[in-house]
Design a protein. Structure first.
Length: 131
């Protein structure tokens, strides 16, 4: 039988504990990572301050886009996607280009999309003024 003294026993117990703790941390980290992948999107943020005139203006443009023949035939995320592309190709690509909108998804990117949309409108009026 293997004889171990008191000090060796303590070292062994400590080692086992450290390994167990490390394992637990790994499991937790893995869980966090998989959750982060599901919840966190990486997309460009555009400033947007929710104000009544802007909201109404956005709604007006949205309605016009939704009523287009092309978008009317679609449902769910495909219809929303069609509408956003119609509102702004540039902003759509910036925000939804890589990570497509899915059915049932809570659209957390809409706020930034509105910001982008009005920024683009603002840019276009600037260009008009220069020309
Ligand atoms: C608006 O113009 C600025 C300056 O030229 C540019 O950096 C920005 O990307 C433009 N934004 C949009 C949405 O077109």
């Amino acid at each position: 039988m293997l004889q171990i003294n008191h000090v060796q026993q303590r070292i062994l117990v400590t080692l086992v504990c450290v390994l167990l703790i490390m394992d637990c941390c790994c499991i937790l980290e893995c869980l966090e990572n998989s959750q982060a992948k599901r919840v966190l999107y990486h997309y460009r943020r555009f400033d947007y301050r929710k104000k009544k005139p802007q909201e109404q203006s956005f709604k007006k443009y949205s309605r016009a886009c939704d009523q287009r023949e092309k978008c009317r035939q679609l449902v769910g995320a495909a219809r929303t996607t069609c509408g956003r592309q119609c509102l702004s190709e540039y902003c759509f690509n910036e925000l939804y280009g890589i990570d497509e909108l899915e059915d049932g998804e809570i659209d957390v990117r809409l706020h930034s999309f509105k910001g982008c949309f009005f920024e683009e409108q603002y840019n276009m009026t600037k260009i008009k003024r220069i020309n």
